[in-house]
Design a protein around this ligand. Sequence first.
Ligand SMILES: C[S@@+](CC[C@H](N)C(=O)[O-])C[C@H]1O[C@@H](n2cnc3c(N)ncnc32)[C@H](O)[C@@H]1O
Length: 379
Amino acid sequence: MNANIRSDPILDSPYFDLAGHLRNRAYCMHNVGYASGTDETAALLDISVKDLLPAPIPPPRTASPNSVRFAIQPSEEGKNGLGMFAKQNIPAGGLIVVERPVVVTPYILAFQDHPESALYAALLRRLAPKTASCFMALANCKPATECDEVEGIMRTNGIPIRLNVPTTPHSELATHRAVFLNTSRCNHSCSPNAAWHWDPTSFSLALEAVRPIPAGHEITVAYVSPTYSRAERCARLKEKYNFSCRCATCSLPAPLLSKSEATRAELRAFSDGGAPSFEVWCLDARMPDDALIAIHKRAVAMIESEGLQVLQREYGRHLDALAMGYGALGDVEQFREWARKARDCRPMDGDNAAARVLQGWITEPETFPVWGLRKLLKD
Ligand SMILES: C[S@@+](CC[C@H](N)C(=O)[O-])C[C@H]1O[C@@H](n2cnc3c(N)ncnc32)[C@H](O)[C@@H]1O
């Protein structure tokens, strides 16, 4: 599953060794120190994580855009509380905001003598009063019978980020809950138009558009994987965030909703290995040329019609297959067109190695390593 979806399936694993975790770890409260001096983060960290953090933490690799591209305002008819809205047209891949968390804790907290709410309250006391009151103004979806307000806010707004926790065999411990004053205001959509990318080195989260967002439109993210069936999405949203989804997809009339469900089921089958690989097709001259092209074009069309560009890994994989397919067929025009799309769907702040390789091929198609190979095999 994409890293930028809120739920972390590892944590649902029944094999997590909580007892081992409790025996072996030591934690501390820590105010993360940034070079800029303006951001503040109160964190509960495993001591080994704290010891690894550079002091001060370097600035993010990409700064927030110069002009503020969003506004926090009531969602449509105030139905979903506040939400984040585009103040200007934002292109696909466009950066919306880069921000530091205000509170960070391990996702799994289980200290016998310290209830979670007491730990969160202690962290809040480490923040400036203005920051703490902005935190307390965030939404709380949990009833008072379940937990107190601070814990409710933490659970409603926490975005899972991963930090390097050395000296443990439990990769589950890498997941932390982080609350952000802007990105945490984003409402959920089953066809989201934005995704976040966490950079542990600069301790910052970049929120980016995954397709063009026109000015005035709501900026949405996925709290649960949009590839799940609607029943599963609804169940998970209800359990974790206590709401019935009113996004554009879930509000479709019944026949269109069934069509969307069927499309998502077909996309799930593709991720389970349902599409032919480029490598096999490229070397097997008996397979028709269209065997690769048609199926990956169908997957791309389904992702786009469902508004699922947030599945960046899958989307990129299908676009790569199309670019490489046309490269192996020696079709310059189509190769360039699909390679451009494959380049542009890559997150801007992540490792851009793939985008750089694609750019090289767009400039000089014949440097694509198997340029025209299928034509040669057939001749
Ligand atoms: C992290 S908060 C998002 C910001 C929140 N709307 C606010 O006013 O600050 C999550 C809460 O927003 C609401 N929400 C988010 N997405 C929604 C959706 N698709 N349909 C209905 N309610 C939604 C739910 O109340 C949910 O518990």
